[in-house]
Design a protein around this ligand. Sequence first.
Ligand code: NAP
Ligand code: G3H
Length: 500
Amino acid sequence: MQTTEFPDIKEGLEYKYYCGGKWEKSISGKTISIRNPYNDDLVGKIQACSKEEVDKVIRTAQENIDCWIETPLNERIEVLRKSAKIIRQWSEPLGQLLMKEIGKPIKSAISEIVRTAEIFEGTADFAATLGGETIMGDAFEGFTREKISLTYRVPLGVVLCIGPFNYPFNLTGSKIAPALVAGNAVVMKPPTQGALTPLHYGKILEEAGVPPGVFNIITGRGSEIGDYLVGHPSIAMISFTGSSETGKKLAKTAGMKPLLLELGGKDAAIVLDDADLELTVNAIVSGAFSFSGQRCTAVKRVLPMPAIADELVNKVLEKTIQLSVGAPEENNTIGPLISSKQCDYVQGLIDDAIEKGALLKCGNKREGNIMWPTILDNVTTDMRIAWEEPFGPVLPIIRISSAEEAIKISNKSEYGLQGMIFTENLDLAFNIAQELDVGTVQINGKSSRGPDHFPFLGTKSSGLGTQGIKYSIEAMSRPKVVVMNLSERGKLVRECKSDL
Ligand code: NAP
Ligand code: G3H
């Protein structure tokens, strides 16, 4: 495939929405300004689409689904492979744009784009192995082998993909790829802050060969068009990543539509006395503070046992105060939070903890939207920071006296995304892992989503359903069963010879 030049899809600074293969301005006449959270520069404007336009994009997707269902799987796979190549070719400018609109450090922003190309490739690889199942009836009494079920997977219809601000390109792409390869039409609603980079999927998929109308993008505030989109009768399935609050609301509005929800977390790192200190400290600091803690899987609580607690806290502190703070362009670990409102929320959690007796080890400093990494020791369970998700660079240490207490505090959370256990005692780790009410337990490693073919899920307020290449394709398709009822006429009769 030839190198394609990065396209300019905007007019001045104005981006349009994408429907039926065309870029359009909203009839509302309104746009939403997207400002750089680091320096408040205007990065672009997106269309504030109306409910009529929601109807239009969904109708367009529905009207064009048949041609896509009829497209052979090998051609849909090829489209994903071409998309991956284009995403790789454009990773640098897409990463630059992503950095500007959400303040992600430049290296991580480019990695987010490249990781998405890998998801498209992985999805194409897995889709090539998709098969069905044949079951004979005779396992059940009263049925014979003449009744045979043939099961294969079919698409659901129009899939609505909604992503969050912190991985706006990747967590829309990880929904679009499985939805398309499974044969669905797609309506994507990017997060408002973070819409500009994923708007480029219009061009990427067009160049890769997706027919007009099969993939569409609607923009606008979730608070204005979200409920209407989600409740729309022509949406067959919703794949959503975002906060637990929005996810729960969405589930009520969606009714009986199948849902894949990846929501918030409060991942706890349980550190036992025999943990490898260096490994644990590295995992905790990078887990808690990369992208300034704005990851669902960030380390959001540390629960150390008494004999290791002091040394652990000192070493975590030593490493944390060395983290670079500043401009995303300079690739600093700590950069701006997404909004000043979010900074106020995080500050409220810090203030509450300090008022209630937490020991401030570092941080509690703010300039613009940048909050310095903050460590709070001696956090107790009456403090908000013990339970709420900060989505900012704050790490609470809740000292524990037994593994049982750690399990109790971990499980008392409303969230159940991931958990971590740091120890050399793998038998004990495995036993604790079995007690933790979370989607995934990491032993001697920080919580994280990848690699992207692993199942990724949360319990309780952390989600519904399972993401991950194979699991997402399954969630975006359903089994279709054809039962053959063969006649006994052609049956070959074999005699049982008892005198052998
Ligand atoms: P958010 O505020 O819930 O927004 C997520 C998406 O939902 C955005 O596209 C938003 O659009 C849209 N939305 C808002 N109201 C809606 C409605 N009524 N109906 C339909 N959609 C609506 O979350 P966020 O602040 O972007 O992301 C941070 C949260 O996501 C954190 O809690 C984090 O833990 C969670 N998260 C979870 C995972 C995971 O995999 N478990 C991954 C990443 C993030 P607008 O932007 O227009 O409001
Ligand atoms: O923010 C939530 C993402 O799913 C986390 O992904 O663990 O790869 O950073 P990550």
